[in-house]
Design a protein. Structure first.
Length: 206
């Protein structure tokens, strides 16, 4: 039995392209070989073996994990002063803007005032923000949160306020310039100072 098993293993191990022969040796044993060596051997017809091609090796690189985007902070912005449609009287054009924000600013963020849809002043980190020398008239005011590249992340709607500034001419009309006011009061510049009359001594006719 072991001889037949060895013979079968030999048949399996031989390459499919080689010829296999069998014969009975002098001791009556059946022999399988690919070299009959002059023996009266018969050729063994081998059945085609079952074989499967190896699966192709994938050359695709492992997908890189997508970068995690930073969480977008939703700010709640409210302009407290000046109130919508408020009238401010200030001859220097000074307007103090107070506002409220929730939550607190994240690192790299800042507050930016928009006056008539244009950024005004440098971004700040807290309230209030004081504007100076604002022109008289009606203006649109908004508050925004910007990043380090000054890009607007979030903003409020624009709301109007009115600034009243007395003109220099109106000030002169309300309070005329006196001799000592020139060069002191803004509405009384030195260039408008009238020339002084020089007293001419009286000389009697001779």
């Amino acid at each position: 039995m072991s001889r037949w098993l060895a013979a079968a293993l030999l048949v399996i191990a031989l390459p499919t392209a080689a010829q296999v022969y069998t014969y009975i040796d002098a001791e009556g044993n059946r022999v399988f070989t690919d070299r009959p060596a002059g023996q009266a051997a018969e050729q063994v017809r081998l059945k085609p073996g079952n074989s499967m091609p190896a699966p192709p090796i994938s050359t695709r690189q492992a997908a890189k994990p997508e970068p995690v985007e930073a969480e977008v902070v939703a700010y709640q912005l409210h302009i407290l002063s000046p109130a919508a449609d408020e009238t401010i009287r200030d001859n220097a054009g000074t307007v103090s803007v107070t506002f409220q924000s929730e939550p607190a600013l994240q690192p790299g963020h800042a507050y930016q005032l928009l006056l008539d849809e244009q950024p005004l002043g440098t971004p700040a980190s807290q309230s209030p923000i004081v504007l100076s020398n604002v022109d008289r008239g009606t203006h649109q005011l908004a508050m925004a949160v910007v990043d380090e590249q000054a890009r607007i992340l979030q903003r409020t709607a624009s709301q109007p306020f009115h600034l009243i500034r007395t003109s220099l001419a109106q000030r002169r009309m309300a309070k005329p310039c006196q001799k000592g006011d020139y060069g002191v009061r803004p509405e009384c510049p030195l260039k408008d100072k009238p020339p002084e009359k020089r007293d001419i001594p009286f000389v009697p006719f001779l």
